[in-house]
Design a binder for this molecule. Sequence first.
Ligand SMILES: [Fe+2]
Ligand SMILES: [Fe+2]
Length: 267
Amino acid sequence: MQIDREAFIASQGGASVVNRMNPEAKADALEDYMMRQLTPEGKIPRVADIEARIETRPFRRGVGHLFVAEEGDTNVRRLAPMPVKPTLADFFRLRFLSTGNHVLQSANLAMKNGLAEEIILACLLHDVAQELIKVDHGWWAAQLFEPYVPEQTAFAIRYHQALRFYADEANGYPYPTVYSYVFGEDYQPEPYIEETYKMVRQHQWYFAARQVTINDLYSFDLDVNPSLDQFTDVIGRHFTQPAEGLGYDNSPVAHMWRSIIKPDAPL
Ligand SMILES: [Fe+2]
Ligand SMILES: [Fe+2]
């Protein structure tokens, strides 16, 4: 989930209080805050409870961030225009507004952990398709990036989504507690997710996709605000920027980029 940094700090009594917390206390406070955001009534929901909430919202849960007002806002905000030949960096600056910080933190952690550049790039891109749509975001994201990134990067992006539901304790990935709140305590992944997991588990690139999940979960840190500049070289070496600009290169995914450029278009 995306965390509203300001709201979290305010809920703890201000920045000075948060700054005095040791990392463990901060992590506990953050987890507690996330749980309360997810379940105002304070109990772990079941799948049926989550389904019962569907008709309490004016939008569907899988809608992309760009298409619905941010939490706390009544209406969406006007988006800044994009350059005529937009680059990946332009999308980070002007469109990946809800997911940018999260993926930068993830990529920063992957870099600190000394992972291969293809994996760092996967971490940097793994969740940004949620600006367009959240349902099956791993598949959407991989499709969005496939023409421009190494095959292994697209693989890791696509399959991180399925791997999230399966613990790999030996490699430092327990089942995330927060998922009981997001999906329900009795949630079982659908058969296509299960099948995908089994396939990826046997694949030579399993570790690439697994690393996205490992660097994902622990990547939220209030004190870390990496900038895209840190990844300029990784992007330069592994992301093929089309000369016409993303969205205008007549690739099979150009329309997906254009949908991110102009989500206010009526048709
Ligand atoms: Fe994800
Ligand atoms: Fe993520």
